[in-house]
Design a protein around this ligand. Structure first.
Ligand code: MN
Length: 725
């Protein structure tokens, strides 16, 4: 049994004599066996490290579970020991803690600007789930910093920076000043050795100069407090170099201008005594205006409570006094760790309750908090469950709402990335785009120039309002402009084909008829609808031609405006591409395939003129038709339009991120076009990419293009190509 072990046991015996010492012993044994043969850079056997970490946790007076997890904290990562073994030997809680520490160790770190560092700290908290994971991680870092001298100079700088940017602020946030000060001073020493020792020497010198001065004040205060019958422990407060250094740099002060360079701490039994002592010191010494702070009435967000006041000593030298109770002192030292400390004479409180209590307390304090910024900063962390923190491939940390997907990520980076997104990789693996991002994921967005914008389905998937807004914006704006242009082009092409000019047909009063018919508010809407495929150019042109014929006398009508029977059939067919039915003698009317008998090409069919809903097409033998032939002559001859319907086969290949219902969504698209799917085979690669070969029976390439476009927009699809044989 090493020295670390013996010290640990002695410490625990003091604050928690009922601890399960057998379990501590077992953890020590298993950890020692697991780390057998491993060495620290210092040359020490590795087991020294986890035992020192456990000792730091015991200094925080943590419960048995945390201590055991501390002893085992490096076993999953660095030895053959597995999660399951730890779980079997020590139970779920210990295993979860060790696993949590292991996961935190995997967060990549490179020095960041402040916002990035803040996100990293938040990511730590979000990933930890149990605050004891953070406490173990802090203890781990503290011992590594204590032994940093064995590392290479580069490693020293790197670790010191990381400690100063991530770990020390975390310790501060959690109120664990005991660990915070030491981490800061150790980092300071490695980051700027010269400044560190300069300052240390100057302070030591001043302390010698002022020793008598401080001793006299302590003497006076001891006398006066006992005179009024108050028990008080009075001590000179230890100095923390980094905090002094930071004050000098930030406030541009010399060492002489730092008031709390010499500080006294008075620890008393009750809150009442705190204020009594405050009154007393203000009687004896002159208080410096504006320097009194009542953190008892208004605790700091990290639970710190104390009275601070700065006074002028008899020699005109300012000094600071901090007054607090013993309990406040404990909290000031160990902060949130106080909630996981062993409670004398009882079981430690339920952990989750504790955490909730802490949050509740925090919310209570919010009402009184003067420094709103400070509070909000704290609160942001405490509500971390609303956020997920992920990395860009370059290592930047990005915060997104919990539940976010790669689409949210893509739009966070840039709307151009989102609009061209074809897929995503998380931790180097292709994932479906609806994958829910986890803390610490490294996300990479795949883009493709063949993607022409987001899918409407994405609106159902995204979590961030930013992504939602950007997608909506795209549909409203970019897409619209694109569609207007495409629609105009289609119209112009069609006019040219028919030997017509724009000016002949596009007269304002005729356009109004079109707008009214389709409830559009501008011609651009018409173009956009054509561009989008919601309306065919031919439908619009035919309607305008009708007006033209009505308004221009037949003998003035150019010959080409007279439609031949064949042209009429063609026009009718083009107007009704979705069901391909020709209604005898009627050129341009609404045709529906009735649902009752669902006729398909080849069936004998008959039309039924409905009231206001066009012609519905039934099979001749449909019971609804035979029942309806009572007098009113509303049946009309119809036929399938087939003359130019030369069907041919086309093979396409679809590549997509595999997901449930993918195939169904794709076949649904094909179904929408009412074209036969002749053959299909599909497979999924190791990377979860689905590759589907589909054979479709189509009538023209325009139709095929429309189908391909539509399939491209199916959620998860990133490539659709036509195979050329
Ligand atoms: Mn470690």
């Amino acid at each position: 049994m090493g020295d670390g072990y013996n010290r640990l046991i002695k410490k625990i015996e003091k604050y928690n004599p009922n601890c399960d010492f057998k379990l501590i012993e077992k953890a020590h044994k298993i950890s020692m066996e697991a780390h057998q043969g491993q060495q620290r850079v210092s040359g020490d056997p590795f087991i020294v490290h986890p035992m020192e970490v456990a000792n730091i946790l015991a200094d925080l007076e943590l419960d048995c579970t945390a201590i055991v997890a501390g002893i085992l904290h490096d076993t999953i990562e660095d030895t053959t020991c597995t999660y399951e073994e730890i779980q079997r030997e020590f139970g779920d809680e210990v295993a979860r803690l060790v696993d949590g520490v292991t996961k935190l160790g995997k967060i990549p770190y490179t020095s960041k600007e402040e916002l990035q560092a803040e996100n990293l700290r938040k990511m730590f908290l979000a990933m930890a789930k149990d605050i004891r994971v953070i406490l173990i991680k802090l203890a781990d870092r503290l011992h590594n910093m204590r032994t940093l001298k064995y590392m290479s100079p580069e490693k020293q700088i790197e670790k010191a920076k990381e400690t100063l940017e991530i770990y020390a602020p975390l310790a501060h946030r959690l109120g664990i000043s005991m660990i915070k000060w030491e981490l800061e001073d150790l980092s300071f020493r490695y980051l700027d050795e010269k400044a560190y020792y300069d300052l240390a020497n100057k302070i030591a010198q001043k302390r010698r100069e002022r020793e008598a001065f401080v001793a006299r004040i302590i003497e006076t205060l001891k006398e006066k407090t006992s005179e009024i019958g108050i028990w008080a422990k009075i001590e000179g407060r230890p100095k923390h170099l980094y905090s002094i250094y930071r004050k000098m740099v930030q406030q541009n002060k010399t060492l002489d201008q730092i008031y709390d360079l010499f500080a006294l701490r008075v620890i008393v039994k009750s809150v009442k005594d705190c204020y009594a002592v405050l009154g007393l010191v203000h009687e004896i010494y002159k208080p410096l205006p504006g320097r009194f702070k009542d953190y008892i009435a208004m605790p700091k967000p990290n639970m710190y409570q104390s009275l601070h006041t700065t006074l002028i000593g008899h020699e005109g030298i300012p000094f600071e006094v901090q007054i607090r109770t013993e309990e406040m002192h404990k909290v000031a030292e160990v902060g949130i760790a106080a909630h996981w400390r062993y409670k004398q004479g009882g079981i430690a409180d339920e952990k989750s309750d504790n955490k909730l209590a802490w949050l509740r307390q925090l919310l209570e304090w919010q009402k009184e908090m003067r420094d709103a910024n400070e509070f909000i900063e704290t609160l942001k962390i405490d509500l971390f469950t609303d956020e997920v923190f992920v990395f860009t491939p370059k290592g930047d940390v990005i915060s997104l709402p919990a539940g976010s997907t790669p689409i949210d990520f893509a739009y966070y980076i840039h709307s151009a990335i989102g609009n061209k997104m074809s897929g995503a990789k998380v931790n180097n693996k292709i994932v479906p785009i609806e994958y829910v991002l986890k803390n610490g994921d490294i996300v990479e967005i795949l883009t493709s120039s063949s993607v022409h914008g987001p899918s409407r389905d994405w609106l159902k998937i995204v979590k961030s309002s930013q992504a939602r807004n950007k997608i909506n914006q795209w549909f409203k704006k970019e897409k619209r402009e694109e569609n207007i242009i495409r629609g105009k082009e289609t119209i112009e092409r069609e006019l040219k084909k028919q030997g017509l000019t724009y000016n002949q047909l596009f007269k304002p009063e005729w356009i109004d008829i079109i707008l009214k018919k389709y409830t559009f508010s501008s011609l651009d809407d018409v173009y956009a609808a054509i561009g989008y495929g919601g309306l065919t150019a031919n439908k619009v042109i035919s309607r305008l031609k009708e007006e033209y014929r009505k308004n221009v006398k037949p003998d003035e009508l150019p010959e080409y405006m007279e439609e031949t029977v064949e042209q009429k059939r063609k026009t009718a067919a083009k107007c009704l591409p979705e069901n391909g039915v020709i209604v005898k003698g009627i050129n341009n009317c609404l045709v529906r395939i009735s649902r009752c008998c669902n006729p398909v090409p080849g069936d004998d069919i008959i039309g039924y003129i409905t009231r206001g809903r066009g012609v519905s097409v039934h099979r001749k033998d449909c019971i609804n038709v035979t029942n309806n032939i009572d007098g009113d002559n509303r049946l009309i001859e119809v036929s399938w339009y087939t003359s130019t319907n030369v069907a041919y086969k086309a093979d396409i290949t679809v590549m997509a991120n595999d997901r449930t219902a993918l195939l169904m969504d794709i076949t649904n698209v094909i179904g929408e076009f009412r074209i036969p799917l002749k053959a299909m085979n599909a497979r999924t690669t190791k990377d979860q990419i689905a590759i589907m070969n589909l054979t479709l029976e189509i009538t023209n390439t325009e139709q095929l293009e429309r189908i391909i476009k539509k399939i491209r927009r199916v959620n998860g699809v990133f490539e659709v190509t036509r195979n050329r044989q």
